[in-house]
Design a protein around this ligand. Structure first.
Ligand code: SF4
Length: 331
């Protein structure tokens, strides 16, 4: 399978996770994102399992990611008015950056601020909830070969060492055949294996568990250090704000060749000029076949207001919104 197809495969795995998480333990409320992690380790697909009630309280803070600087302020904001330097833990960097974050947080109504002489005081609007239950990393390798198995072994070692993820999976395409047993033996036993068959598109039955994963979370009586907890929260926040349909932000839905095509219960980008799923890299303004949609497509007469490019963005944003609503409705 070509790298281009890997991108399409990744989107299908994301949609499958959205429809059928958890694959071996039964339904768990979760949100799904892609291409997230740290400087050292980027995960293909990330599943954030959530506590539904706490997730509903997180949603009250809005739909955008609360980035690391804002998190520092939002998590530390007190119930009663206080000078921000007294209220917040020392950031480990100059306070003036925190002051900027205070203004940004207040601008987004994440906290309240007021002036007392020269001092800026802050107060929380509501407590920031503990909404993240588990973080699961999924590597997508439609064509599993020995080198992919070796790479996964290294990556998983890193995951175990850093304690960032609670569980790791490899997703691989089987189209009805079993995963090669010799390759299975190459893989770390801690990683689960999801054998997908997306030949008829994606739905909740399009994958089987070929190997059950181990729990990578700290054992009873052990705890993650606060820095790791914060890093996990930052990843979860990025997943919440980004989701996996944000490809339209970097691709060119305003190109006349761009389409969204249905693959079972997923919508994938499709390039009519190239006859395939374009990668985010090739589907850009520098694409030699890029051709802006004609202005008349964007005016009245076209059934979608603003032209098809805007229409695609709206469809993808609405779907992200709908999927964010779902965990709250699970008791
Ligand atoms: S022609 Fe290029 S820019 Fe247009 S949809 Fe295809 S890949 Fe994207």
């Amino acid at each position: 399978m070509t790298p281009d197809a890997e991108f399409g495969y990744e989107l299908l795995v994301c949609r499958f996770a959205e429809l059928a998480w958890h694959p071996s333990e039964g339904p768990r409320p979760a949100i799904v994102a892609r291409q997230l992690g740290t400087k050292e380790r980027r995960w293909d697909t990330v599943v954030i399992e959530v506590d539904p009630a706490a997730f509903a309280r997180r949603r009250a803070f809005g739909d955008r990611t609360i980035d690391s600087d804002l998190l520092h302020v939002v998590r530390g904001a007190p119930a009663d008015w206080a000078f921000y330097r007294d209220a917040l833990p020392h950031p480990g960097y100059p306070w003036r950056y925190v002051r900027q974050a205070v203004h940004r947080a207040a601008g987004r109504d994440l906290i309240e601020k007021r002036r007392d002489g020269n001092r800026i005081e802050i107060r929380r609007v509501r407590p920031y909830p503990d909404w993240v239950e588990r973080i699961v990393a999924v590597e997508n390798k439609p064509d599993l070969d020995r080198s992919a198995a070796d790479r996964l072994a290294d990556q998983l070692d890193h995951d175990v060492e850093t304690g960032l993820a609670d569980e790791a999976w490899l997703a691989t395409e089987t189209t009805g055949e079993r995963v090669e047993p010799a390759l299975l033996r190459e893989l770390p036993v801690e990683a689960g294996i999801l054998a997908t068959d997306f030949s008829a598109g994606v739905d909740a039955d399009a994958a089987d568990v070929a190997w059950h994963p181990s729990d990578l979370a700290p054992g009873e009586g052990e705890r993650r250090d606060p820095e790791t907890e914060t890093l996990r929260l930052e990843i979860a926040e990025r997943a919440y704000g980004k989701g996996w349909r944000s490809f339209h932000e970097t691709m060119r839905p305003d190109c006349r060749h761009f389409e969204l095509r249905r693959e079972g219960r997923a919508l994938l980008p499709h390039c009519a000029a190239k006859g395939k799923v374009p990668t985010a890299r090739e589907c850009s303004g520098s694409c030699p076949k890029f051709s802006p949609e004609p202005p008349q497509w964007r005016t009245r007469g076209w059934p979608i207001e603003g032209g098809p490019g805007k229409g695609y963005k709206r469809v993808l944003d609405r779907r992200r919104e709908r999927e964010r609503d779902r965990p709250e409705s699970v008791e």
